[in-house]
Write a protein that binds this ligand. Structure first.
Ligand SMILES: [Zn+2]
Length: 433
């Protein structure tokens, strides 16, 4: 891609400030009850309608099956009645009722989505967690004092400040979004819109042990995910042992640790990628569509891939960089040189029977993802992958700040300057001649 284009990147970062105020806990108790009552009413007014989908298989229409689809009540008069009902005996500002109603609808919408995908049962959602989602109309933010005043009742407020907090400098000049109250803390989302001058497109193929990238400028990139995998394998074993001994507490402890270390890895990976490749559009496969494709994969592969938290990785990356998604269909079966689609995908190396191209399958996929995005954006492009450039190897240091070089690779690696301290170390792996 030549030239550059400007893209807006919406960024949200959530930070928490501890609070200790019995009035907040009282509010949360009331809010939880009100939210549940709103859900109850919406649930009772769902309209179930039959739908007859046509299922096609191999060009043939299979006997249509019918199933019931829920429609949430959304008309104005229903919403007004719901509001009036909840406004009776409310001890707090009326906007808190509106906040609860809005949250009730988002709970119901996400239940509906999951229900239609077959991931949720026909059971009314229950509010288990204690929280209260605020509305902008209930908040007054003083950016000079770095404080938020939240209205409980007309004339009664709770005040929270993030002045002097460790993250205060990170969110300098950012907007405060709608906060979430918990019993012991308040979660504040800080938002900003950054303009990114996009100069580069990188296609990323998501694999269980690596993230394989391609861009014409850098060439091929391999991000090593094995430390994440081995960490997870270790914890899976520990958890299995705890489970077999019936130690629920120990199991939970390992579970929390595993999640924290996973989060840590993903944070470092996302921030490392944006620092190593600034001004880039990162193109990933669309995971929603991937489910359909991966069903055809051998079982072992699916399981290993399931260990890598791709949704979390893409989500984290999208907070820091411009992310785009393309369909994963045939990305590792299409010849990047001549476009021929091979039938099988056996072995690590892709061999094109039409033009003779031989290339690592993961590299093939990365090139195809890169090009699919360019086509989508209207850049017809043919690019013969340049193998002479070697491959940029990137590792994420899980512990500490020193770059990681694994012994098995030492011989093949030549260190290039580690560009970002500790977070990510990068090396050029020369092609074996
Ligand atoms: Zn070919």
């Amino acid at each position: 891609m030549s030239g550059s284009s400007l893209r807006t990147l919406e960024q949200v970062r959530m930070y928490s400030v501890p609070i200790s105020d019995p009035r907040v806990s009282e509010l949360i108790t009331w809010y939880q009850g009100t939210l549940q009552r709103a859900i109850d009413v919406i649930w009772d007014n769902i309209e179930w309608k039959y739908r007859f989908p046509k299922v096609e298989k191999g060009g043939q229409v299979i006997a249509p099956s019918k199933f019931k689809v829920p429609y949430l009540p959304k008309d104005r008069s229903f919403k007004r009645r719901l509001r009036d009902y909840l406004l009776q005996d409310r001890p707090y500002a009326a906007h808190w009722v509106d906040a609860a109603i809005r949250t009730a609808y988002s709970v119901m919408e996400s239940w509906r989505k999951r229900y239609l995908k077959g991931k949720a049962r026909k059971v009314k959602p229950r509010v288990e967690r204690r929280f209260a989602r605020c509305k902008a109309t209930l908040m007054k933010v003083d950016y000079d004092k770095k404080s938020i005043r939240i209205t409980l009742r007309p004339g009664e407020h709770v005040e929270v400040s993030w002045n002097g907090r460790w993250f205060a400098r990170r969110v300098e000049g950012w907007r405060v979004g709608e906060v979430i109250l918990k019993d012991d803390r308040i979660l504040i989302p800080f938002e900003t819109a950054k303009v990114v001058d996009v100069k580069e497109v990188i296609g990323w193929d998501s694999n269980e042990l690596s993230l394989d990238g391609f861009s014409p400028r850098v060439g091929f990139i391999k991000v090593d995910l094995r430390p994440l995998q081995s960490m997870k394998i270790v914890y899976e074993r520990k958890k299995r042992i705890a489970q077999s001994k019936g130690l629920k507490y120990v199991y939970e402890k390992y579970n929390v640790r595993e999640r924290n270390r996973e989060k840590d890895f993903i944070n470092k990976l996302a921030s490392g990628l944006t620092k190593l490749f600034p001004n880039s559009v990162h193109v990933f496969e669309d995971l929603e569509k991937e489910n359909l494709v991966s069903r055809r994969e051998p079982k072992g592969r699916r399981k290993r891939n399931a260990r890598t938290p791709w949704k979390l990785i893409q989500g984290k990356a999208s907070e820091r960089a411009v992310i785009e998604r393309v369909s994963p269909k045939n990305t590792s079966r299409t010849c990047p040189r001549c476009g021929y689609v091979v039938k099988t995908r056996v072995g690590r190396v892709f061999r094109c029977p039409r033009c003779g191209l031989e290339l690592d399958r993961q590299k093939v996929a990365a090139v195809n993802i890169y090009r699919r995005y360019l086509r989508m954006r209207g850049f017809p492009h043919s690019y013969d992958p340049d193998e002479t450039k070697g491959e940029l190897w990137v590792g994420v240091a899980l512990r500490g700040r020193s770059p990681v070089i694994r012994a098995s690779m030492k011989g093949a690696l030549r260190a290039v300057k580690p560009r970002e301290e500790g977070l990510i170390s990068s090396y050029i792996k020369p092609n074996e001649a």
